[in-house]
Ligand binder design. Structure first.
Ligand code: IVH
Length: 723
C-alpha cells in the first residue's frame, strides 16, 4: 500500500482520535451510542495500526493510550488541596426540614420570612469518591478519597476509564480554570457487575459481593490493565480546588459546566426552590431506586449558591450546606440455620447467624452479625427461627426481629460458648461488659485475626500475605505474634506448598518495606481495642513513639484532642500488659520503626522544615488539630505567638490580634487556601525564603497545649474557637 503523505496521515489520525473519543463519550457518558461495537472496534484497530507504524504520531492522550504497559509498585500519596468531605444523613422529611432550617439560620435568613435557599438534589451513587485534577485542559492526576485529607494516586487506573475525558472538551465563551479539580464517584452498573462476576466465576471462582466492592477492588489494582478490563464509570458531582479562574457561582452551573467539559455530571439532578420540592425528589428517587441501572443509597441535597454554601459553613468534616437523605433499609425474611462464634483479634467471641441465603436489594446475604450474647437474648433468636433481616448501605446485615408466629417448637435456643471455639480455653465475661472473651493470648484464631489486621492495607500494608498464607504460618507455628513476621525463615517459606521462590521473595520485600511505615500506621496495626486510623494518627502526632505512649497516663492520653476516655483507657490498658510491652520491644528489636521519623512522606513535603507557623481564627476546612498536625508532618513548627521569626500567620474567620502583630512585624498573613497550597507543596511561597530561620536559631516551640480550643456547640462544631 502506498504511504499517505505525512500531513494527510496526521489528519487521519486526528480524525480517528476525535471519532473514537466522541463514540466513547456517547456510549459512556450520554448513554446514547451512535455506532455499533463493530464499527467502534474497526476505528480503534485502524488507529492502533497507524500509531504502531508511525510511532512519531503517538500522543499520550490518544484513546489508544489509556492503558499504560507496566504495573506500578504501589500507590503514591496525594494530599488533597481541599479536604474531601463526608455528608451528614437525614432519614425522614422532618429531619430534612430540620437540616434545611439550620442551613437557613447559618445563611442568615430571617426566621419569619420564607427561606431564600435554593437546593439541588442528585442521586447518591454507591461507589468510591475520587478527585481528578486537570491542568490546562488535560487530565493530570487522580486520587482516591483516602481519609479525606490525603488519598492514593490512582492516575494510571483512572486513565483506563472511558467516561473520564483525557482532554476536556472545548467550551466556547467560558474561561475554564487552568487547574480544575473534578470530584465524583467511580461505580459499576448493576448489569455490568453481574456480567463481571459471571466472568470471574468462570476464571477464578472469586467474585465480588456487590457493585461497590467490585468498583473498589477494580480501581485499587496495581496493574492498570486489570482495571481496564473492568466496566467502571465515573459520575461527577462537583468542582473541588481551582486555580487560575473561578468556578461557576452555583452548584447547578458547575454541573452544567462539567457536562460541557465532557463529564457525566449528576444527570438526574434537579433544582428545587423549596424543601417540599426537595422532599418530592427524595420520594421519587426512593420509588424508582431499583429501576435505575446502578445502585443508589440515597439522595444528596445541596444548597445551590456557592457563596451561601461558604456562609453556612462546615462542622468537622461535613458541610452544613449539604446532606444525604438515606433510603430506609431494605428488609426481607429468612431462616437462621445456625449460630456460630467468631474469635476477634482482641479475643472477643462474636456470635454470628448463618442464614439461609436470601437476596436483599441485589445482594445475597447468608450471614448476619448478632453483636453479642445479650443481643441474642434480647431478641430471643433461636436456631431454626424465621427472622426479618435488613441491609442498610454498607452495613453488615442485621436481624431486626424474630417472627414468632412462624415458630414450630423445634427451634433451638443458643448457649454462649463456655470455651473458646478456637483453642478451648474457658471463656470469660467481665461484669458490665457486653462481650465475652477468650483470655488466651496465644489463641490461634486471635493470632490469625491480628495478623490479618496488622498486614492490612491501611495498617502495615504487607502485600502478598493473604488469609490462607497467614493461617498456614499460624498452623505450622512459624509465627507466634506479629513481630515473628520479620524473622520468618524465608527458605522454609519458599518451600511451602503452592508458594514458590518468587512469591516468597515478593512477600519478603513487602515485609521489609513495612519496617518504615509511619508510626500512626503501626499504632493502628497493633489492633488496640477502639484505636482506629484516626486515633493512631493523633497518638503518633502527640507522642512521637510507642515508648512515649506506653509511659503516658490515661489522663495524658485523654488530653489529646480527639481522643476520648474509652480510647485512652484502652490504650493505657494495652501498655499495662507485659505481653504487649514485650511485643513492642520485640518489634523494635526486629527493625520495625517504633519512633516517628522523617519518612518518605515527610521528605516529599519537607519544604516547610524549620518554618514556624502561627494559626489564628477559625478555618473552614481544617480543624485546628488537623492544621497543626499537617504542618508538623510537613516539617513546620506551630507556635502560639507571633515573632519576627514567624514564617506565616494563617488567619481564618474572626482572627485575633495576632494578625495586627504580624502586620506590625511584617510577617506575611495568609488564608486557608494558601496554607493548603503550601501543605500540598504546590506553593513554595516567596516569603518562605525571606523568613527562613538562621542556622543556629533556637527552634520555635512546637508545643501547643492539647485541648486548648473550646468546641463551640452549633456555631463551631468541633472546630476550635478563635483565639
Ligand atoms: S458531595 C460536600 N454528591 O457520598 C460533600 N457525594 O457521604 C461531599 N457521593 O464521599 C460529597 N454521590 O463518595 C456528593 N452526588 C453526590 C454523591 C456523593 C455519592 C458519595 C461520595 C462522598 C460520600 C459522602
Amino acid at each position: 500500500m502506498a504511504e499517505a503523505p505525512p500531513g494527510e496521515l496526521q489528519r487521519r489520525v486526528d480524525d480517528l482520535r476525535r471519532t473514537v473519543d466522541r463514540l466513547n463519550f456517547e456510549y459512556f457518558v450520554l448513554d446514547q451510542p451512535s455506532a455499533t461495537d463493530d464499527e467502534y472496534d474497526r476505528l480503534v484497530r485502524e488507529l492502533r495500526a497507524l500509531e504502531a507504524d508511525h510511532p512519531e504520531l503517538v500522543d499520550p492522550d490518544s484513546p489508544t493510550q489509556r492503558v499504560g504497559a507496566t504495573p506500578q509498585g504501589g500507590f503514591a500519596e496525594v494530599v488533597h488541596p481541599r479536604p474531601m468531605l463526608s455528608l451528614s444523613n437525614v432519614y425522614s422529611e422532618d429531619e430534612l426540614r430540620a437540616w434545611a432550617a439550620r442551613a437557613a439560620r447559618f445563611a442568615g435568613d430571617d426566621p419569619d420570612a420564607p427561606s431564600s435557599l435554593r437546593f439541588v438534589t442528585e442521586a447518591k451513587v454507591d461507589g468510591l469518591a475520587v478527585a481528578l485534577t486537570y491542568v490546562d485542559g488535560r487530565f493530570d492526576h487522580g486520587a482516591t478519597r483516602g481519609d479525606g485529607l490525603d488519598g492514593d494516586d490512582i492516575t494510571a487506573n483512572l486513565r483506563t476509564i472511558r467516561s473520564i475525558p483525557l482532554r476536556l472538551h472545548e467550551v466556547v465563551g467560558t474561561t475554564v480554570p487552568r487547574v480544575l479539580e473534578v470530584r465524583g464517584e467511580i461505580y459499576m452498573r448493576k448489569a455490568d457487575f453481574a456480567a463481571l462476576n459471571a466472568r470471574l466465576e468462570g476464571e477464578s471462582g472469586k467474585t465480588f459481593m456487590n457493585p461497590r466492592n467490585a468498583a473498589a477492588g477494580s480501581l485499587r489494582q496495581k496493574d492498570a490493565r486489570v482495571t481496564a478490563s473492568r466496566p467502571l464509570r465515573l459520575v461527577t458531582y462537583g468542582i473541588g480546588h481551582t486555580e487560575g479562574g473561578s468556578p461557576p457561582p452555583s452548584h447547578w452551573q458547575a454541573l452544567a459546566l462539567l457536562r460541557d467539559l465532557g463529564f457525566d455530571a449528576s444527570p438526574d439532578a434537579r433544582r428545587c426552590a423549596t424543601v417540599a420540592e426537595v422532599w418530592e425528589q427524595c420520594r421519587a428517587w426512593q420509588e424508582r431506586r431499583h429501576e435505575v441501572p446502578f445502585e443508589i443509597d440515597g439522595v444528596v441535597v445541596k444548597v445551590d449558591d456557592l457563596r451561601t454554601q461558604e456562609e453556612i459553613g462546615y462542622v468537622a468534616r461535613e458541610p452544613r450546606w449539604a446532606t444525604a437523605y438515606k433510603f430506609p433499609a431494605i428488609q426481607t425474611t429468612t431462616v437462621v440455620e445456625d449460630i456460630v462464634v467468631n474469635v476477634g483479634r482482641t479475643g472477643s467471641l462474636n456470635p454470628l447467624a448463618r442464614l439461609r441465603p436470601v437476596a436483599i436489594g441485589g445482594v445475597t446475604v447468608s450471614r448476619a452479625t448478632l453483636h453479642n450474647e445479650d443481643e441474642v437474648a434480647r431478641k430471643d433468636i433461636r436456631i431454626g427461627d424465621t427472622v426479618v433481616v435488613q441491609r442498610a448501605g454498607d452495613v453488615i446485615p442485621q436481624i431486626v426481629k424474630v417472627i414468632e408466629e412462624r415458630r414450630t417448637g423445634s427451634e433451638v435456643p443458643w448457649v454462649p460458648p463456655a470455651v473458646c471455639p478456637s483453642c478451648g480455653t474457658p471463656s470469660h465475661r467481665e461484669p458490665g461488659e457486653a462481650m465475652r472473651y477468650c483470655p488466651n493470648a496465644a489463641c490461634p484464631d486471635q493470632l490469625r485475626q491480628r495478623i490479618q489486621h496488622f498486614v492490612s492495607r491501611n495498617a502495615m500494608d504487607i502485600a502478598g500475605l493473604g488469609e490462607k498464607l497467614a493461617d498456614r504460618f499460624v498452623d505450622l507455628e512459624m509465627v507466634a505474634d506479629v513481630a515473628d513476621l520479620y524473622t520468618l525463615d524465608w527458605e522454609r517459606v519458599a518451600g511451602l506448598e503452592r508458594l514458590g521462590e518468587k512469591s516468597a521473595a515478593n512477600l519478603r520485600a513487602s515485609v521489609e518495606a513495612s519496617k518504615t511505615r509511619p508510626l500512626a500506621r503501626l499504632i493502628f496495626a497493633l489492633g488496640i481495642r477502639h484505636v482506629g486510623e484516626k486515633a493512631g494518627r493523633l497518638l503518633a502526632d502527640r507522642f512521637g513513639s510507642l515508648d512515649a505512649i506506653g509511659l503516658a497516663s490515661t489522663e495524658e492520653i485523654a488530653a489529646v484532642r480527639g481522643i476520648g476516655g474509652i480510647v485512652a483507657d484502652s490504650v493505657h490498658q494495652f501498655f499495662q500488659e507485659s505481653r504487649n510491652r514485650d511485643l513492642v520491644a520485640k518489634l523494635s528489636r526486629v527493625g520495625v520503626r517504633t519512633v516517628e521519623e522523617a519518612g518518605p512522606r515527610d521528605a516529599a513535603t519537607g519544604h516547610l522544615k524549620g518554618k514556624s507557623f502561627v494559626l489564628t481564627g477559625r478555618l473552614a476546612n481544617l480543624t485546628r488539630p488537623e492544621a497543626e498536625a499537617r504542618l508538623r508532618q510537613a516539617g513546620a513548627a506551630v507556635s502560639g505567638s507571633v515573632s519576627k521569626k514567624t514564617a506565616f500567620v494563617v488567619a481564618g474567620d474572626e482572627p485575633g490580634s495576632k494578625v495586627e502583630r504580624a502586620e506590625a512585624l511584617k510577617v506575611p498573613v495568609i488564608d486557608e487556601a494558601r496554607l493548603l497550597a503550601l501543605l500540598a507543596g504546590r506553593d513554595v511561597g516567596e516569603a518562605i525564603t525571606e523568613t527562613t530561620a538562621e542556622p543556629g536559631d533556637p527552634p520555635h516551640t512546637a508545643e501547643t497545649p492539647s485541648g486548648t480550643g473550646t468546641a463551640v456547640g452549633d456555631g463551631g462544631g468541633n472546630r476550635d474557637a478563635a483565639d
